[in-house]
Design a protein. Structure first.
Ligand SMILES: [Zn+2]
Length: 362
């Protein structure tokens, strides 16, 4: 009887000890968590957002067309910024992931493609077209090296048109210098926090989105195990007020979206596939707790929806969250200039994106 009593009390002590350790671990983890979040948020600034945006969307970059000089300069700029933040390259010694895309002769009016089958087919033809492109990829290693969260934004736009009268450069400030500026800020915030996330994070800057989602397709198609990518966060057009133009009649208003005249200046759509419903709700709460000047609107995104770089991920059943501030009359015109971008909103979206990435990675 006494022996049993001693064994039992010893066991209870052990259990109590293990429990106390667990509570301590958890509160230690929570402290690290909130420290990483606070430090990260402090490193996001309107001034940096503005600097990235105004360089990438300047006339000097000639609309960052895929395969042209302006696009390559943008890629070099992104690499230099990543290097400065301390975010490492995803591939051993380079931030660049070069690739080619092919299409038949121009007269066939066919899309450029990166799929090996079509590439082989084109290369058998007497003549075919080739685009030389490159993604820029940064990496923050997590405690788990075989689980990833990817944050991506395309840096290419549609170039310049010398036949245009007046302004001949499609600056693509909203589409998508805005998304790149946000992603660069998030990379800086994450590196500054200094805390190792649970899952590894890949910062991806895609080339060739405007051509045919080429960069993101090439990346996912070549990824050893796409199922190890637990979520993809996309930034495409996050700098303006979500107004839907009447000139774009084929665009149907998704369920839950505001009519153009009811859209608030600070609203942002959190388009997401159904696996991320809880995250969407949590983000709305956290944005309110942090008193960000932002009105996030979670909205359903069906899997296999086209429209941006979430498409290749969603085709492989990877959950997608897309930050998006909506279509506007300057979309794909030379008037999509930095002056039209709401820098305040871009700064607040950087904070919300950082939060969502941190939550997904942990
Ligand atoms: Zn875009």
């Amino acid at each position: 009887m006494r022996k049993l009593y001693f064994i039992l009390s010893g066991l209870m002590l052990l259990l109590a000890d293990a429990y106390a350790q667990k509570v301590a671990d958890r509160s230690h983890q929570a402290a690290n968590d909130s420290r990483a979040i606070n430090v990260g948020l402090e490193h996001i600034s309107k001034r940096s957002v503005e600097a990235h945006l105004s360089f990438l969307a300047s006339d000097a970059l000639e609309g960052r067309e895929a395969g042209k000089t302006g696009g390559r300069v943008a890629a070099e700029y992104i690499k230099a910024v990543l290097l400065g933040t301390g975010v490492k390259p995803f591939y051993a010694n380079t931030y660049f992931q070069p690739f080619e895309a092919y299409s038949p002769l121009r007269e066939k009016h066919a899309e450029f493609e990166v799929q090996p089958d079509s590439v082989a087919k084109y290369r058998q033809a007497a003549a075919y077209r080739e685009l030389k492109l490159q993604n820029v990829l940064g990496y923050v290693e997590g405690q788990k090296k075989d689980e990833y969260v990817v944050l991506g934004a395309h840096y290419d736009h549609i170039g310049a048109d010398e036949l245009l009268v007046g302004d001949r450069v499609y600056n693509g400030a909203d589409d998508n210098a805005s998304g790149v500026a946000v992603a660069l800020q998030v990379a800086k915030a994450l590196a500054a926090g200094g805390e190792k996330p649970l899952r590894s994070i890949i910062f991806a800057f895609w080339d060739g989105e405007e051509v045919n989602y080429l960069g993101s397709e090439y990346f996912v198609a070549g990824f050893a195990q796409p199922s190890s990518i637990k979520a993809y966060v996309n930034l495409d057009m996050v700098g303006r007020q979500g107004v839907l133009p009447t000139f774009y009649p084929s665009f149907e208003l998704p369920e839950g979206w505001d009519k153009p005249d009811t859209v608030a200046n600070n609203s942002v759509y959190l388009l997401h596939t159904e696996e991320l419903n809880v995250l969407g709700e949590q983000l709305v709460k956290e944005v309110a707790q942090l008193k960000l000047d932002l009105n996030p609107k979670p909205s359903a995104l069906a899997h296999k929806s086209r429209g941006s770089d979430g498409y290749p991920f969603s085709l492989r059943a990877i959950p997608v969250l897309w930050f998006f501030t909506g279509i506007h009359p300057e979309y794909h015109t030379p008037v999509d200039e930095p002056a039209g971008v709401n820098l305040n909103k871009l700064t607040e979206i950087s904070k919300a994106t950082f939060l969502s990435l941190w939550r997904l990675a942990n």
